[in-house]
Write a protein that binds this ligand. Structure first.
Ligand SMILES: Nc1ncnc2c1ncn2[C@@H]1O[C@H](COP(=O)(O)OP(=O)(O)OP(=O)(O)O)[C@@H](O)[C@H]1O
Length: 606
């Protein structure tokens, strides 16, 4: 590890810049000076060699420098700061003052909070070191905050809005922070200000000691990042990657194949049906809509054809959202329809969480969206191969962040955008933005080659018939029903999930919402409907999926998870006469139950 440069020296220096050189590609984690315990933990996670941003950031952070790391989405920025931060904490020879956590990680959303917390917890567990990490969110009451901060945690992961709450509630003292804080990380820095945290961050900087090492991680360089840089860092080391020449190169994921399909807005359901039902895209699939209603419409429509998908949006309770993400990441279902309203949020700016008490009435919940929810930025969806833009985002930046949910780190992926005539103008802007500046004729977003007009037309009659049955009222009812279920289940199972975080399969989020089960003739596409080209395309997609081991991974995780016990049964059993079994806490799920039938029936007991 390099010698620690005194903070004062670093801050008086001119800003320095580093570029990752190609010849450094062979650098290993050992070569970066990473502790063997961390290297072993990474190997257990399947991570062998550092990504470019990790190759440069880790040594600089070891040197004690303030760092601004700008690297494209999915490039491994999280580990770039977590690894040296952890090593700094568990190899520190000087006893640390523990009046307050020694490291603060500030992120813009609760989902990110949970993600970073989990990553840290698993690294700590795998390294078998005595470090304690806590996450705080603004929906925690004073007693929860106090309980979480008891026992001298070493690392605090939170959103900036939570810090003033802790300070004013007396659970954190500014003098303690000033004496103990050694590392401050602002992750997804370009979002922190647009989420309305400027005042919270400004107020917090007053308590940050000058000796504290500050790290600022961001996917883009924006005016907001500059503002934060000036606010908190002094003469930091600015990290850039070799291909960085302008903003767009910084953020466009290179290993995502981008496709588009032209279709009318009305035909979008038909086209998504064709893509999924004819298996022309590789799983797992993340589908983006711009509104919650559109996501329910797509879900209801698809489930009539036997395609089960979960929805994810800002209206759902936080427990449910986190659980949906975990299930999807664990491979419990293949299709997730996420509502991305991030651009509205960014445009409106400063929609800050109101520090209200947890929601109480269903009516209230129904209308309130969580402004700390962010589904596009920073969320690490695992093993998503295909991103589908069911509706186009409103800007090129939104597009890039959506497609960046696939092709993470060293993986590859694909995106398919369904573009209607009224979205064409935005799409042209996106094409120009992602296009190659040096070669004006090149077009990085190409027409999706695997879907023939014949194949689409073979499904049209069925699709239009079913689409008519998915009325506005049906959408509204399903949305309300889903929300009610999620609130009830989320509250009831909160304690259970805290104690049994691996019991993911007991509450399936891709359950069918329609009152009537899909008729069998819609579930199966008769072979005679498929033309030769579609049959071949389907075969090709299956072969590629097998090649990347996608299907094996999914089956494996399902089998593993089914072994766990089912507290849903236990809860319903408590009320029933099967007291003997309920006293044991949990009841094994009947192995003969299918994904749907068994779990579904049990949930009705709620
Ligand atoms: N050295 C590595 N080798 C392989 N995979 C890695 C490596 N480092 C990180 N990853 C994985 O890559 C994925 C993306 O990493 P991460 O979420 O840190 O990206 P990011 O740069 O923060 O992206 P975003 O800007 O979208 O937040 C994660 O699943 C992570 O576990």
């Amino acid at each position: 590890m390099g010698e620690k440069i005194p903070k004062e020296t670093v801050r008086e220096n001119e800003e320095e810049e580093a570029v990752v050189e190609e010849e450094e590609e062979n650098l290993t984690f050992e070569g970066l000076g990473l502790d063997p315990r961390l290297i072993r933990a990474l190997i257990k996670k399947g991570i062998q060699k550092p990504t470019p941003i990790q190759r440069v950031a880790i040594p600089l952070i070891f040197e004690g420098k303030d760092v601004v790391a700008r690297a494209k989405t999915g490039s491994g920025k999280t580990l770039a700061y977590l690894l040296p931060m952890l090593q700094k904490l568990f190899t520190n020879s000087v006893p640390r003052k523990k009046l307050a956590p020694n490291a603060f990680v500030l992120v813009p959303t609760r989902e990110l909070c949970q993600q970073v917390y989990k990553e840290l917890s698993s690294l700590i567990e795998l390294c078998r070191v005595q470090l304690k990490v806590v996450q705080l969110t603004t929906n925690m009451g004073p007693s929860d905050l106090k309980a979480a901060l008891a026992g001298s945690p070493d690392i605090l992961v939170t959103t900036p809005a939570c810090i003033p709450k802790c300070l004013s509630g007396g659970v954190l003292q500014s003098t303690s922070i000033n004496e103990s804080l050694e590392t401050l990380v602002l992750d997804e820095a370009d979002l922190l200000l647009s989420y309305g945290y400027e005042n919270d961050i400004k107020a917090f900087t007053a308590h940050v000691p000058r000796s504290c090492q500050c790290l600022l991680m961001s996917a883009t360089s924006s005016a907001d990042v500059d503002k934060l840089k000036k606010l908190i860092l002094h003469n930091p080391f600015i990290l850039t990657l070799p291909e960085v020449g302008n903003v767009k190169d910084e953020i466009i994921p290179k290993n995502v194949q981008q496709f588009w399909i032209s279709c009318s807005a009305r035909d979008k359901l038909l086209y998504i049906l064709a893509l999924l039902k004819l298996e022309l895209v590789q799983k797992k699939v993340l589908i983006f809509t711009n509104t919650i209603d559109a996501s329910f419409k797509a879900k209801l429509f698809l489930e009539k054809f036997g395609i089960k998908a979960a929805v994810l949006n800002a209206e759902l309770p936080q427990n449910s959202r986190l659980h949906i993400l975990e299930e999807f990441n664990a491979g419990l279902f293949d299709y997730l329809i996420a509502t991305d309203d991030s651009q509205t949020k960014e445009k409106e700016g400063a929609i800050k969480e109101s520090n209200e008490e947890p929601r109480k009435s269903k009516k209230h919940v129904k209308q309130k969206l969580d402004s700390e929810f962010g589904v596009v930025r920073g969320i690490d969806f695992k093993n998503v191969f295909t991103v589908i833009n069911f509706e186009m985002p409103q800007s090129a930046a939104g597009y890039v962040h959506r497609i960046g949910r696939t092709g993470r780190a060293y993986n590859t992926g694909a995106s398919v955008s369904l573009v209607s005539p009224d979205e064409m103008e935005t799409f042209e802007e996106i094409k120009t933005f992602v296009g190659d500046d040096d070669n004006k004729n090149s077009n990085l977003i190409t027409e999706f080659p695997l879907l023939t007009q014949n194949a689409v037309e073979s499904l049209r009659y069925r699709a239009e018939d079913v689409a008519k049955s998915v009325t506005k009222i049906a959408v509204r009812e399903s949305r309300a029903q889903d929300l009610r279920n999620e609130i009830l289940n989320s509250e009831k199972l909160k304690a259970h999930f805290e104690a049994n975080p691996r019991d993911l399969d007991l509450l399936k989020h891709d359950k069918v919402l329609s009152k009537n089960l899909p008729p069998p003739h819609l579930r199966d596409v008769p072979e005679y409907l498929l033309d030769q080209t579609t049959k071949e395309a389907r075969k090709m997609v299956k072969l590629s999926m097998a090649a990347i081991g996608n299907s094996n991974r999914r089956r494996g995780s399902k089998r593993r998870l089914r072994k766990h016990k089912d507290p849903l049964q236990a809860i319903s059993a408590e009320a029933s006469k099967r007291s003997q079994r309920s006293r044991e806490g949990v009841v094994k799920k009947d192995a003969s139950h299918g994904d749907d039938g068994g779990v579904h029936k049990k949930k009705k007991s709620f």
